[in-house]
Write a protein that binds this ligand. Structure first.
Ligand SMILES: NC(=O)c1ccc[n+]([C@@H]2O[C@H](COP(=O)([O-])OP(=O)(O)OC[C@H]3O[C@@H](n4cnc5c(N)ncnc54)[C@H](OP(=O)(O)O)[C@@H]3O)[C@@H](O)[C@H]2O)c1
Length: 430
């Protein structure tokens, strides 16, 4: 058991279940069931507020105005929505990643009193400003620096941005432990497992199970998937999400990323993490105990439920999600994932076995390939093929510092981009 997880169990002031480095230095904890911290509204920052996770978080905040105040919001380029959110929530600070969009944001918020900034330093500033709770909702490894900045302030971080943990793994968890930060899993599967996981008696836990919808191509042949378009790939059967994670769900890369995420969050060996395809997306995660008991978490496929749990933790915040009617649903089905048609899970298990750098390369190559697929440059099957080819040429190896993570991430992106651009690359997947 590593420090990050052991801390969760020994930190006297922490309610069991938070994935934490140590007791929070200020000893301030949310008051159960209200969102309030020591009698005042909880101060919230959202990194990536304009995305799917960000918008769901904003929706919950707007429904619970008395319990929360908003410090900072960030976006990449969507200044119109960022400004609208900042005004609606009364945020103090709004930052956009791309400096080209600074003027538009400034104009949209002129006269509001809301501070405006741009560039990567502004995202770090947003993450560092005083807050009780920070949503890590940026997509991709672009979220690493700002999420790390929040962690280094010892914040409670609601953790959606899984690529951060895949690309920086134990180095990231070491920062969580060193700075006494707290990670609250937001990914629906990890949030489900968090709710079922007895952190005070981990010796009784045998395995955890992440469920997987199977994505839009669950029943499609390889020949059919070869022709799949971006529009078909992002049309997820049960969840409404951003484009990148939707494509990841179609390739099952998302489940590979989640396997690596679960390994770090729950400090379990990869062979103790099972994946089962469950097309209805009603059971999100399960924990199997040594006496054969299985605790499962169920809910409608709506990210506002796991986000609300993290927002209200250690109590609960109301969410307006559709309540389950099991008689109406009728049947819950399960099947094993097909690693022949969807090689992502095999690749994820291989990189986890192979050492720290493998997941960094895996993630960077996948981000590059998904981007190329969405831009119409490669076919759907080329995504996994590009990741596999990149890993063959750049297996990863050991990583001793975050600088090495950034360098390897950049090198893997360059290599994957070359593979994408190479003539005849589309034949890779034939
Ligand atoms: N969506 C879900 O249901 C869901 C479920 C579980 C986990 N997650 C995870 O949560 C994260 C966010 O997913 P999402 O679906 O919400 O993504 P999304 O809809 O694409 O939103 C991404 C957010 O990040 C911002 N962003 C994009 N590139 C950026 C960059 N280079 N620098 C700074 N900010 C950037 C976007 O700003 P703009 O709007 O300006 O582009 C947006 O605010 C991902 O890691 C995903 O795997 C999502």
């Amino acid at each position: 058991m590593t420090g990050a997880m052991a801390g969760a169990m020994t930190a006297g002031a922490m309610p069991a279940g938070a994935i934490s480095g140590s007791a929070r230095p200020d000893g301030e904890l949310p008051v159960a069931g209200t969102g309030h911290v020591s009698g005042r509204p909880r101060r919230v920052t959202i990194l990536g507020s304009t995305g799917s996770i960000g918008q769901s978080t904003v929706d919950l905040l707007l429904r619970n105005r008395d319990a929360f105040t908003v410090e900072a919001l960030t976006a990449n380029r969507n200044t119109a929505l960022l400004a609208e959110q900042a005004l609606a929530l009364g945020a103090r600070f709004a930052a956009v990643a791309d400096p080209a969009d600074y003027q538009a944001l400034k104009e949209a918020l002129a006269g509001s009193g809301i501070e405006v900034a741009c560039g990567s330093a502004a995202l770090v500033e947003a993450a560092e400003r005083p807050a009780d709770w920070v949503m890590a909702g940026i997509v991709g490894a672009a979220g690493l620096e700002p999420t790390l900045a929040a962690v280094r302030q010892g914040r409670i971080v609601a953790f959606a941005n899984k690529e951060v943990l895949v690309c920086a793994g134990s180095l990231f968890m070491r920062e969580v432990a060193a700075h006494g930060a707290t990670l609250l899993p937001v990914d629906s599967e990890h949030n489900a497992i968090w709710q079922c996981f007895d952190f005070t008696r981990v010796e009784g836990i045998e395995t955890i199970t992440l469920t997987c919808s199977g994505g839009p191509f669950r029943e499609h042949s390889i020949e059919h998937m070869r022709e799949a378009t971006p529009a078909q790939a992002v049309a997820h059967p049960t969840w409404r999400m951003g484009a990148k994670i939707s494509v990841d769900s179609a390739t099952l890369m998302n489940k590979g990323l989640e396997l690596i995420e679960a390994h770090h969050l729950f400090q379990l060996a990869p062979e103790r993490i099972d994946i089962v395809v469950h097309p209805q997306s009603i059971i999100h995660g399960m924990v199997t105990y040594c006496d054969g008991s299985v605790l499962a978490h169920l809910g409608s496929p709506d990210m506002r439920t796991p986000i609300a749990y993290a927002l209200g933790w250690p109590g609960r915040t109301a969410a307006p999600t559709k309540r389950l009617d099991l008689a109406e649903i009728g049947r819950l089905t399960f099947e094993a994932p097909d690693e022949r048609r969807f090689p992502a899970l095999r690749l994820a298990r291989e990189v986890l076995r192979g050492g720290a750098g493998g997941p960094t390369v895996f993630n960077a190559a996948n981000e590059t390939a998904v981007h190329a697929f969405l831009a119409g440059q490669i076919g759907f099957l080329d995504i996994a093929a590009t990741v596999e080819r990149t890993l063959e040429r750049m297996p990863g190896g050991k990583l001793d510092s975050l600088d090495e993570v950034y360098n390897l991430d950049r090198a893997a992106r360059d290599l994957a981009a070359n593979l994408v651009a190479a003539r005849g690359h589309s034949r890779v997947a034939q």
